[in-house]
Write a protein that binds this ligand. Structure first.
Ligand code: HEM
Length: 152
């Protein structure tokens, strides 16, 4: 009888542990997902950056900055920005471009231009239907780069 009780208790304890794990683990797994993963990984980030960059290249207001670039220069810009976003959002990429101050040195980018560029990112994220949480997390990361870009 005592043997049955001990065994019963072990079975009950294990069943309880399994249920607790089953409930807790997916929630914990979800919370641990990086922004990069939640954005959809490399191809999704690359597609968003590609569209965003094309908007910059086509914007007449930003012509003094992004106008008249060769296809190679455009492709390099897209690649570097993809790597930047990938690594800044917790992805497995290594950003191999210059630092933000070095990249924008001597350009005298103002807040107006920064907002214009950021506006294209918002439009792009909306076009790709990036959910509100992921959109604001990414905008916060990019917005945090403002002091490294504006006024250099
Ligand atoms: C919004 C945040 C921004 C991010 C994340 C960003 C990111 C980058 C990156 C990764 C590069 C390539 C760096 C390299 O060549 O090594 C770059 C280059 C460049 N960025 Fe930005 N940028 C931002 C804002 C701006 C703004 C507001 C402007 C001007 C309105 C601008 C104008 C440029 C130009 C003209 C280049 C090419 C520089 C060159 O080829 O020498 N960027 N940016």
């Amino acid at each position: 009888m005592r043997f049955i009780n001990v065994r019963g208790c072990i079975v009950m304890c294990m069943a309880t542990m399994i249920s607790v794990l089953a409930i807790a683990y997916p929630v914990q797994g979800e919370m641990k997902k990086s922004l990069y993963e939640r954005l959809g990984g490399y191809d999704a980030v690359s597609a968003v950056v590609g569209e965003f960059a094309d908007r910059l290249f086509a914007d007449e207001k930003l012509g003094p900055f992004f106008g008249g670039w060769s296809a190679e220069k455009q492709a390099r810009f897209k690649q570097l920005n993809t790597l930047l976003v990938c690594s800044a959002t917790g992805g497995p990429c290594t950003y191999v471009g210059r630092t933000m101050p070095a990249s924008h040195q001597g350009m005298r980018v103002g807040d107006v231009q920064f907002d214009q560029v950021a506006g294209h990112l918002v439009t792009t994220l909306d076009k790709f239907k990036v959910p509100k949480t992921e959109k604001s997390e990414l905008l916060e990361i990019i917005g945090g780069l403002r002091p490294e870009i504006v006024g250099k």
